[in-house]
Design a protein around this ligand. Structure first.
Ligand SMILES: *Cc1c(COP(=O)(O)O)cnc(C)c1O
Length: 384
């Protein structure tokens, strides 16, 4: 008999979803926008703190696309993007007819390297094109080096689009990730820390910018009785019924973070005596990760023949889903021609790293199964 699959990151309902959905049904609010959307936006605004405005959209990808539009990215522009990320960070650059310039990671947070970032900016300026924006990503929920990265951006006067799709609830110096960039982005896709079943949000600093985002997200209709369009619009607003799910999920966000952190602790203990494995963790007390996914790296110089792909297959044999670290964008066929700056740090993470099951509803039995496979793979005794 095949075992119950254990997924990387699965849906975890909070319990109040049906209550909010029923309220939306009762008021017949089944369109985009609506009361649940504004209540959901308020909940996220309250959660991330003062001075930030949230526009709920149909996806994180839509949020990145609108973010680039709000930053004025146009055809022919160059946009710097962290190479080690999910493709949705980079695709909207191409939607705008702009060119992605990929920048490598540093090995501490696995996110955009501030030194390489500056080298890339200087070289692009030398080549005659100053980048229009920088997309920095808190990959797996781990904050990037906010101060260092933003210092470079400020020095050259380039805005940052902060892809916080995986990092709702992570903080840097006690401030919410998603609120550092000129524009921030969250995703509420089904695999993220909370879900609206599909959705995203833009975080902006100004009520007027929020209104502008909503304007573009609802077909750029001018305020006339007849349909008047002076700009190209999009259908990117969050459906109200999705926001209802989001309201319920916001109530359990902190609990989900606690559970993901407990998963991380479980893996730290599990790999404590396995010398070739490093569990990726926050650099110092400036950063807290929501530990959306716990990731590990197997040191190739000290691996004693173990490797991430064989560990992944051993887990798969037990119906446990693990996944390689996201494949860097500069190695993707679609971005083959895009310039890349770096020293293959991201490539090394891709070759030697693994994402482990990290759902907030991972059970003790699930952990026990994972533990047994891991200890067996590394030839450690499985004590009871
Ligand atoms: C999930 C994700 C996105 C895209 O969000 P969707 O809501 O799935 O469109 C963008 N960037 C990163 C880093 C992501 O993980």
């Amino acid at each position: 008999m095949s075992k119950k699959p254990i997924y990387l990151s699965s849906i975890h309902q909070g319990g109040a979803e049906s209550k909010y959905i029923q309220a939306a049904l009762n008021s017949n609010s089944l369109s985009t926008g609506g009361i649940n959307v504004s209540e959901f936006e308020k909940a996220v605004e309250h959660y991330i703190g003062q001075g930030n405005f949230v526009a709920a959209l149909s996806s994180g990808t839509a949020a990145i696309h609108l973010g680039l539009i709000l930053l004025g990215v146009k055809k022919g522009d160059e946009v710097i993007c962290q190479s080690l990320t999910f493709s949705a960070s980079a695709n909207p650059i191409v939607y705008q007819g702009a060119t992605p310039i990929f920048v490598d990671s540093e090995s501490e947070t696995w996110n955009i390297c501030p030194i390489t970032l500056e080298e890339a900016i200087m070289d692009r300026i030398l080549k005659g094109s100053k980048p229009k924006a920088i997309i920095a990503v808190h990959l797996y929920g781990m904050p990037y080096k906010v101060d260092a990265v933003h210092a470079v951006a400020t020095k050259y006067g380039i805005p940052i689009l902060e892809d916080s799709a995986e990092a709702l609830g992570s903080t840097y110096k006690n401030t919410a990730c998603g609120t550092f960039g000129d524009i921030g982005v969250y995703s509420f896709n089904g695999n993220k820390i909370i879900t609206t079943s599909g959705g995203g949000a833009l975080v902006v600093k100004d009520q007027k910018v929020k209104q502008k985002a909503i304007f573009y997200a609802t077909q750029a209709k001018e305020p006339t009785l007849y349909y008047q369009h002076n700009e190209i619009g999009y259908n990117y607003r969050m459906p109200n019924i999705c926001a209802a799910v989001g309201q319920a999920q916001m109530e359990v966000l902190d609990e989900h973070i606690k559970l993901r952190k407990a998963n991380h602790l479980f893996y730290e203990l599990l790999f404590k005596d396995i010398n070739c494995v490093g569990v990726h963790k926050a650099l110092n007390e400036d950063s807290t990760s929501n530990y959306w996914l716990t990731t590990i790296i197997i040191d190739p110089k000290n691996s004693e023949g173990f490797n991430s792909e064989n560990l992944r297959m051993a887990l798969q044999d037990d119906s446990v889903e693990a996944r390689p670290i996201w494949k860097p964008m500069h190695l993707q066929p679609i971005f083959e021609k895009s310039p890349y700056y770096g020293n293959n740090a991201a490539e090394e993470l891709f070759n030697n790293g693994l994402c482990l099951p990290s759902s907030s509803n991972l059970t003790d039995e699930d952990k026990d199964r994972i533990r047994k496979v891991v200890l067996k793979y590394f030839k450690k005794t499985v004590e009871k």
